[in-house]
Design a protein around this ligand. Structure first.
Ligand code: NAP
Length: 310
């Protein structure tokens, strides 16, 4: 067990990611007291029953009081309002971070709300499942996964120390840490995560709307490809609505490129250009092999253990 990095950690929003941060931090011995603020009374009851937090409240300012690390783990559009509620309770020198899937707009919202004597360091763990809520989290979620930090453009030593401390924290939870610019993060994630989710939502919606194919047939003849899309399309509607609203520009840019490429594929099929199809499918198979070789093949590690244990 490593030594305590943050004597008090507050997590605002304790669903899949918030509860996983707590379980992983506890397992690593990286935190002392853990306080949770969650807007949902039902979730607060679950968190108390699961027993992984010392303080459970609906009051954000109360949870963050005296905390050395504050992690905002609410849906992206709720980050600004939650940070505004926290502002009065934040202690000088606190590290303020988040786990939101979009970084540009979230970074702006955190910076606008947090007092100048705190260290705002936005972050995003590239790890998750299609589950949500406080019972869905598990300690191993971040193992061998990337966590991207998008620090402010500050070179002063106290801020750099804070970035180092937050990196050490995520490393203790088993993650690999990389820093990048928020706008670049949003473009990269638009390609690797946001567009794939949009495609899944769209294809499952198209199948459901096709009158000549019944719902019963969609269920009965679901082959591998479609089944995989339905798993992605089962992801939390609030979380993903917020991602597309908050990352509009990058998603539209990537969607434009994607639509052009799809048109080219459509033409290749129409004109029987089988070599073009074969070349693309060979290139994409190599990409899949590269992902497996890099150890990033599964976004959903299920260790077959009781996820309701902290
Ligand atoms: P989740 O399971 O739905 O948990 C969010 C929790 O926050 C819920 O308990 C929710 O309560 C609560 N909440 C909402 N607004 C709040 C507020 N203003 N103050 C306090 N609590 C509030 O969501 P999640 O999947 O953990 O996602 C959390 C964040 O992580 C999102 O920003 C998402 O983009 C990011 N993320 C998600 C994944 C993933 O795979 N799920 C991966 C990486 C990053 P209610 O249910 O009552 O609203």
């Amino acid at each position: 067990m490593s030594k305590v990095i943050f004597p008090k950690m507050a997590v605002v929003g304790c669903g899949l990611i918030g509860s996983s941060v707590i379980r992983a931090a506890r397992a690593a011995g990286a935190v002392g007291i853990v306080a949770v603020a969650d807007a949902s009374a039902a979730h607060r009851e679950d968190i108390i029953r699961l027993g992984y937090a010392d303080i459970v409240t609906g009051d954000v300012a109360e949870a963050v009081e005296g905390a050395d690390l504050v992690v905002f783990a609410v849906p992206v559009l709720a980050m600004g309002p939650a940070a505004a509620q926290a502002a009065g309770g934040l202690k000088p020198g606190a590290i303020v971070t988040d786990v939101g899937s979009v970084k540009g707009s979230v970074a702006e919202a955190l910076l606008a709300a947090a007092p100048a004597n705190t260290f705002v360091i936005p972050g995003h763990p590239i790890a998750g499942t299609e589950q949500s809520g406080p019972g869905a989290g598990f300690a191993e979620l971040f193992e061998r996964r990337w966590v991207i930090l998008t620090p402010q453009d500050r070179t002063d030593a106290p801020y750099q120390d804070a970035v180092g401390k937050l990196s050490t924290f995520w490393s203790a939870l088993g993650a690999n840490v990389e820093c990048m610019d928020a706008a670049h993060h949003d473009l990269v994630l638009a390609v690797t995560s946001h567009l794939p989710h949009l495609i899944a939502y769209n294809i499952v919606g198209t199948a459901a709307d096709m009158e000549e194919v019944t719902q019963a047939e969609v269920m009965k003849f679901s082959a591998g490809g479609f089944r995989d899309f339905t798993r992605i399309a089962a992801s939390d509607p609030t979380m993903w609505r917020d991602v597309f609203v908050a990352n509009k520009d990058a998603v539209l840019e990537i969607l434009g490129r994607f639509t052009e490429d799809l048109q080219a594929l459509s033409r290749a099929i129409r004109w029987g250009e089988s070599d073009k199809l074969y070349d693309l499918f060979s290139r994409t198979r190599d990409i899949r092999r590269g992902i497996i070789a890099a150890g990033q093949e599964s976004a959903e590690p299920n260790f077959g253990r009781d996820r309701n244990k902290p």
